[in-house]
Design a protein around this ligand. Structure first.
Ligand SMILES: [Zn+2]
Length: 612
């Protein structure tokens, strides 16, 4: 960051970063040419029928960008990320003039340029080039109705069913369809917003402060620099409940596509979590961990997403271990998720380039389309490996603190992190731990496939063994009823049941009739309300073509739209019998309107792949 202002961390000059040179092929903007000092959004929300047309739902107003030119030679235009769904109607430019306090904003010309299927460039031309270090303000008047960045829900798609709702989901590259911006995690800036809502509605944003201005206006300010993808807005008939100081959770409508989204000061979470078990705590711990890993220290481009998610998984499991005891639930959740990414690798092939920690982003490919478990679980393994090299947990915890302090409010690459790691532990640097054969840092980052090192999970085994043995009994041609009845599963925790079902799924299809008996034997599983159990029961039902329970799959997909549950079930249906495939098509036809647009696209690909 080339800022003349005191660095946000205060104190001494900061180290030069590898990320200062990093490209972001997912951004159409010329973000290296300017420093974005501040963004202000002044928007009015209107609810109505889906557009276009008079009175249709939309956000309209202005985006104001305060910039400083960083080009030594000056710049003739500002190029921003935008999207065809943003209707920009005017652009104006305000330049510093000696002697005038508030110089007038002058209209300037602008045009758009195609970029990719997920965005376009919005180019604002300067009548005279701006010079190096010059400060300027660009004002854009625009409106956004339907589009991938702003998700409008009709009243019947909300939990209350009375009022419509709107929310934005920025990660990874969707906020360019919410406001024109430098839509890259490489750039961080402070923002403010004035949001006008209809009578009886409340607006919330990922901001550090908010206040009401008049009956229908909400003013927000984010006093710390954040990347574009973390700016989030939701408007609806919101009810509030106190959670904790400076940390708000927003329970989203059922169609919210993720478990949680770490919008700073305002985490969005799926209502699936209200199942009343530990999974709620895990997701909240995960999202809170993002306050440091991801939000404070951010990947400079989406190819380094593991810096956000691998560290967050590590922090999440450290915290869970401290809160809930050494092996619960962290160690287990971890082996379940590792099984999961094993499944993913088995499906995609170990050599799939997406199974690398550092993904090479290709121009034109939406970073969201490369989303998988690798940055989470292989990232977790790499961080665990680095902790293992240190050998002392306290020392490593202290290192993590120092790491966050070193890079806070910045966006980095793995190289920045690894340089710092070796500097912090000079004895490891001297031992050349970065090139131990088989465990080279370079191999970790750039080779696909199974991680070279797995953290020791054996303590979790004693909890998992009974589940594994029970699954084995259910896979037998002749059921050993006595042995099965001898295992009481009622005291089992959700994570043990999940593990049991994962094993059953691995062994499926079971011999004919076994799944029916299994469902009757354990109604707490086959009629569960917990989403993790419902997902797995659905997968088992489909894999075994147990049609009697197909209605449960349908009901589950009607009740929520989380990507993590929705996609595997559609995969399972389309990989199943003709009846299952019909179920997929019917369910999709009747639920598509309530799903997030990304999820719709992915399900579309599963149900009716292009080119087939
Ligand atoms: Zn995360």
């Amino acid at each position: 960051m080339a800022s003349g202002e005191p660095s946000p961390g205060g104190g001494a000059a900061r180290r030069p970063l590898h990320s200062a040179q990093a490209v972001d092929v997912a951004s159409a903007s010329n973000f290296r040419a300017f420093e974005l000092l501040h963004l202000h959004l002044d928007l009015r929300a209107e609810f109505g029928p889906p557009g276009p047309g008079v009175g249709s739902r939309g956000l309209s107003g202005t985006a104001v960008l305060d910039l400083r030119c960083l080009e030594p030679e000056g710049a003739v235009e500002l190029r921003l990320d935008s999207h065809p769904c943003l209707e920009v109607t005017a652009a104006a430019l305000r330049r510093e003039r000696p002697g005038s306090e508030e110089p007038p904003a002058e209209p300037v010309s602008f045009y758009t340029q195609p970029f990719s299927h997920y965005g376009q460039a919005l180019c604002v031309s300067f009548p005279q080039p701006c010079s190096a270090a010059e400060r300027l303000q660009v004002l854009l008047t625009y409106r956004v109705g339907e589009g991938p960045g702003v998700c409008w829900l009709a009243p019947e798609q909300t939990a209350g069913k009375k009022k419509p709702f709107v929310y934005t989901q920025g990660q990874a590259v969707l906020n360019r369809a919410f406001f024109p911006c430098f839509d890259t995690p490489a750039v961080k800036y402070k923002y403010s917003a004035l949001i006008e809502v209809p009578d009886g509605f409340t607006a919330v944003m990922s901001a550090s402060t908010w206040e009401k201005r008049g009956p229908n206006k909400f003013f927000f300010q984010m006093c710390q620099p954040i990347p574009s993808y973390l700016i989030a807005l939701a408007i609806g008939d919101l009810v509030s409940a106190e959670v904790g100081p400076r940390y708000d959770l927003l329970f989203m409508p059922p169609s919210f596509p993720f478990g949680g989204m770490e919008n700073p000061c305002l985490t969005f979470v799926t209502p699936c979590l209200l199942a009343g078990d530990r999974s709620l705590a895990d997701v909240i711990i995960h999202e809170i961990s993002h306050s440091w890993f991801g939000n404070l220290v951010t990947n400079a481009n989406w190819g380094e997403f593991w810096l956000n998610e691998g560290f967050t998984m590590y922090a999440q499991r450290r915290i869970s271990t401290i809160l809930f005891g050494l092996f619960f639930p962290g160690a287990y959740v971890c082996c379940s998720r590792l099984t999961h990414s094993r499944q993913h690798m088995d499906i995609t092939g170990e050599e799939n380039p997406l199974n690398k920690l550092r993904v090479k982003s290709e121009p034109g490919v939406d970073p969201d389309d490369t989303y998988n478990e690798t940055p989470y679980e292989k990232g977790f393994c790499f961080v665990s490996y680095l902790a293992h090299l240190v050998g002392d947990q306290d020392q490593f915890d202290n290192f993590l603190k120092a790491y966050v302090h070193e890079f806070k409010f910045q966006s980095i690459l793995a190289d920045d992190f690894l340089d710092f790691y070796l500097e912090y532990f000079p004895e490891l640097k001297k031992k050349r731990v970065d090139i131990i054969p088989g465990f080279e840092f370079d191999r970790w980052l750039n080779t696909p496939g199974w991680p070279p090192y797995l953290p020791d999970l054996s303590p979790g085994d004693s909890l998992m063994k009974p589940a594994e043995e029970l699954a084995q009994l259910w896979a037998a041609e002749e059921l050993d009823v006595k042995a099965i009845e001898a295992v009481a599963i009622s005291p089992w925790k959700t994570y043990q049941l999940v593990y049991f079902l994962d094993k059953i799924l691995q062994k499926s299809p079971l011999p004919p009739g076994n799944v029916k008996t299994l469902g009757e034997t354990y109604p707490s599983i086959s009629n569960a309300r917990n989403a993790e159990l419902r997902l797995r029961w659905g997968q088992i039902v489909l894999k075994n073509d147990h049609q009697e329970d197909f209605w449960k799959v349908k009901e589950f997909l009607h009740n929520q739209g989380k990507q993590k549950y929705t996609l595997p079930l559609y995969h399972a249906m389309m990989g199943g019998s003709e009846v299952a495939q019909t179920l997929a098509k019917e369910t999709f036809a009747s639920t598509a309107s309530q799903l997030h647009s990304n999820v719709v696209n992915y399900v579309q690909q599963i149900v009716a792949p292009k080119g087939s």
